[in-house]
Design a protein around this ligand. Structure first.
Ligand code: ZN
Length: 356
C-alpha cells in the first residue's frame, strides 16, 4: 500500500509528520491519512512527497514489505525456524538497501538474469548436466578457464549475492530465493571460499535445472553435479587429472582447489562423476579423507572467502555522480559516517590493512 511506503520513506529520512508537511507543503492531517491508507494522494501530491523525501515516485508503488519467494535452503530441516527467520530478516534488510540504491541510479546498470536459450527441457541423465553447465559458461563468455571470482561473475549476470551476517553455525548452508523476479543467493560471510563457491554454483544449478530434469533424477544431486561441472568443465578435469586414475595425491588436490576454487572433496566427486576414478578407487580416497578427518576441514591453506562488490561499487558511483551525499552513502553501506570517510580515502584504508 502507498501509505506504508510513504511512512517507510518518511521514517528512513528521519522526518516527523509535521516536518514532512512543511517540506511538501501539505497538511500534517493529510499525511496522516495517506500513511494510514485512509486517503490516496494525487499524483501532484506524490510528486511533492517524493521531492521532500528524496525518493523517486516509483518508490511509493513498490511492495511495502519485501518477500522472499521460492526460498530454498540447502538443508531444510537442520536449522530452527527462528534462526532461519532471523537470517531472512537480515537479508531482506540488505536487499531493501540494494533496491533503494537501484532507484537512485537513473541508468540502472544491472542486467536481468536469464538462462541461455536451448537448454534441454528434458534432462534424463546426470551426464547431460555437463552440457547445461557448459552452455551457461559459453553464454557468459567464460570459456573453460577457472573462474577467479564467482560472486563477481554472478553479480555481472544479474544474480544478487548477499552474505548472511547473522552468527550461525555449520548448519546454515546457503539460501536461494527470488525477489521481484531477481534471483538472490545468500552465503555465509565467514565460510571458506570453496564452500561459498560451491553453494553459489549449486544454486545456479537449481535455477538452470528446476523443471527440466526427469523425475528419475534427484534435484539435489543434479544441482551438485552442475556445481562441479560449472566450476571445473569436464575437459579441464581430464586435462588436469588424466582419463583414468587409481589415486589422487592430497597435495595435487590442494593445488587444484586453489586454481579452480573447488574443494578437494569436490575434486574427488568430480573425478568419480567423470569416471576418472572408478568406484573402488573413489572409496579408497574417501576412506583416507575420513581417517584424516579432512571431511569437515580440509588440510592446508584455506581458500579465501569472496565478497560481493557490486553494491559498494554502485554506492560510490551514485556518490561520484552527486546522486547521494556522504551521509546517504554511509547509511546505504550501513556504517558510521566516520568509517565511510575512511573507506572513501582508499589509500589510507589500504595502508591500514597492510599495517594489520
Ligand atoms: Zn539444493
Amino acid at each position: 500500500m502507498i501509505g506504508d511506503r510513504i511512512q517507510q520513506a518518511r521514517k528512513a529520512s528521519g522526518l516527523s509528520m509535521r516536518d514532512l508537511a512543511q517540506k511538501a507543503d501539505i497538511s500534517a492531517m493529510a499525511i496522516s491519512k495517506y500513511e494510514s491508507n485512509k486517503n490516496t494522494p494525487s499524483s501532484k501530491v506524490l510528486l511533492a512527497l517524493s521531492k521532500a523525501l528524496g525518493v523517486r515516485t516509483e518508490y511509493f508503488f513498490r511492495q511495502a514489505k519485501l518477500e522472499l519467494k521460492d526460498v530454498e535452503y540447502r538443508k531444510h530441516s537442520a536449522l530452527p525456524k527462528k534462526v532461519l527467520q532471523r537470517i531472512e530478516g537480515d537479508v531482506i534488510e540488505q536487499i531493501e538497501r540494494f533496491l533503494e540504491l537501484e532507484e537512485i541510479l537513473p541508468n540502472n546498470p544491472i542486467i536481468d538474469f536469464s538462462l541461455p536459450e536451448g537448454i534441454s527441457s528434458n534432462i534424463e541423465s546426470y551426464d547431460e548436466i555437463e552440457s547445461v553447465a557448459n552452455s551457461i559458461r559459453e553464454d557468459w563468455g567464460l570459456g573453460f578457464n577457472p573462474i577467479p571470482d564467482l560472486i563477481d561473475t554472478f553479480e555481472e549476470y544479474g544474480i544478487k549475492v548477499f552474505q548472511s551476517l547473522m552468527p550461525h553455525d555449520e548448519k546454515f548452508d546457503g539460501l536461494a530465493a527470488q525477489i521481484n523476479g531477481t534471483p538472490v543467493i545468500v552465503v555465509g560471510k565467514d565460510w571458506p571460499g570453496d564452500r561459498q563457491r560451491f553453494t553459489l554454483a549449486h544454486e545456479l544449478g537449481h535455477m538452470a535445472l528446476h523443471g527440466r530434469i526427469s523425475s528419475e533424477l534427484d534435484e539435489e544431486k543434479a544441482a551438485n553435479r552442475f556445481a562441479g561441472a560449472f566450476l571445473v568443465p569436464s575437459r579441464e578435469a581430464i586435462k588436469e587429472l588424466g582419463e583414468s586414475r587409481s589415486w589422487l595425491e592430497p597435495a595435487e588436490l590442494h593445488a587444484l582447489k586453489h586454481t579452480y576454487g573447488l574443494s578437494m572433496r569436490g575434486w574427488i566427486y568430480r573425478a568419480s562423476d567423470l569416471g576418472i576414478l572408478n568406484q573402488s578407487s573413489a572409496r579408497k580416497m574417501w576412506t583416507y579423507f575420513y581417517q584424516n578427518k579432512w571431511v569437515k576441514t580440509e588440510p592446508g591453506k584455506q581458500l579465501q572467502a569472496e565478497e560481493p562488490k557490486l553494491f559498494k561499487q554502485l554506492v560510490f558511483h551514485a556518490l561520484a555522480e552527486d546522486l547521494i551525499g556522504e551521509s546517504k552513502a554511509a547509511e546505504l553501506l550501513h556504517m558510521p559516517i566516520i568509517n565511510f570517510r575512511q573507506l572513501r580515502k582508499v589509500g589510507s584504508s589500504e595502508q591500514e590493512a597492510i599495517n594489520k
